[in-house]
Ligand binder design. Structure first.
Ligand code: ZN
Length: 350
């Protein structure tokens, strides 16, 4: 089968198309024939190095977001069985990329997001930049007949990240004002729709006027261009001077202090990304004086993934697709991602 892999870190030229044997599913494993694989920023960050998820090894096949059809099912083992209707040859499935160990105390307690030896398909394990991918049976979930596999492939990472940050960690409540940075990004696309569905008021920031209509189309109540406008002043204005109840920040240092100063007293800042770096500097006195709650968004539990998917299939949520590329043009797809011109998800099709 064809895969796209890299043996060293570097620019787009380290991505190589290679032929490797199709893997065989062992006990409690499923072989998925990839129909579509959604790209994520982590694909680019890890390819460049050296900012890597623990457990990463070279050579690496990226691709965390996979939808496809079940090509083969391994024998039943002693592990978790998985979803019965997803475990038949030909079943249309979407893959949960998180692979907890299922043996440690956290896993036994149902808190598998805190499993110390969790693996991630496409981040530490071989992923979806391939014609086939081998995954645990417990990680495949059925895709409803009416949902296209390309549309299913773009759901897992951005919706699960948004769901965990906004609902599990941020505990968004009806009527709250939520500030969401970088509305054009995939995660923010999900955050805006989830926040609106939760009954919140959404202030979204965009880097260009061209993306303002996009943010409004997703349901944002107020949109601020962070390049030309004053985000803190805009948040204060729409909240009568009080500030936002909740800020969702997956950008990092570039937006950190804007978030801090946009918060209402005892407001919550949920952070879960570092696309602009790993270190932020801020005024401790200001933060404690106003009782600001700085909440890191950790990995999600398996039960949340199933709940998120059920909610997604039953909703009118949508995940805009920016562009599709054949597998062999993975470099062009990542170049599109690096250009930051994309509005919506970029997809590879083997
Ligand atoms: Zn574990």
């Amino acid at each position: 089968m064809k895969v796209v892999l890299y043996r060293t870190h570097g620019g787009l030229d380290v991505l190589q198309v290679a032929d490797v044997p199709v893997p065989e599913p062992g006990p409690d494993e499923v072989l998925v024939r990839v129909a579509a694989c959604g790209l994520n920023h982590l694909d680019v960050l890890q390819r460049r190095g050296p900012s890597l998820i623990p457990g990463f090894t070279l050579p690496h096949v990226a691709g965390m977001d996979v939808a496809g059809t079940v090509a083969a099912v391994g024998p039943a083992g002693t592990g978790r069985a998985g979803h019965p209707t997803a475990l038949a040859e030909g079943a249309r499935v979407v893959v949960n990329p998180a692979v907890p160990c299922d043996r440690c105390e956290s896993c036994a307690a149902g808190a598998d997001g805190r499993c110390p030896s969790v693996g991630v398909i496409g981040a530490t394990l071989a992923g979806g930049y391939a014609e086939y991918v081998l995954v645990p049976a417990a990680n495949v979930h059925p895709v409803p007949d009416e949902v296209d596999l390309v549309d299913a492939a773009v759901v897992p990472t951005i919706w699960m990240t948004a769901w965990h940050a906004l609902i599990e960690i941020g505990k968004v409540r009806l009527g709250e004002t939520v500030l969401i940075h970088a509305a054009g990004s995939g995660v923010s696309t999900a955050l805006i729709q989830l926040a609106k569905a939760s009954g919140a008021r959404v202030v979204a920031t965009v880097g260009s006027d061209a993306k303002a209509d996009y943010a409004r189309g997703l349901g944002a109540d107020f949109v601020v261009n962070s390049t030309t406008g004053d985000v803190v002043a805009a948040v204060r204005e729409v909240t009568g001077g009080r500030g936002a109840d909740l800020v969702l920040d997956h950008v990092g240092p570039a937006t950190w202090n804007t978030g801090i100063y946009s918060l209402a007293p005892r407001g919550r800042l949920v952070f879960f990304g570092n696309t602009t770096g790993n270190r932020a500097e801020f005024d401790l006195v200001y933060a404690y004086h106003f009782g600001l709650q700085l909440l890191g968004s950790d990995p999600y539990d398996r039960r949340e993934f199933a709940a998120m998917l059920d909610a997604y299939w039953a909703s009118t949520f949508r995940t805009p697709i920016d562009s599709e590329f054949p597998l062999t043009e993975a470099g062009a797809a990542q170049e599109r991602m690096e250009s930051r011109q994309a509005t919506g998800k970029i997809v590879l099709r083997p």
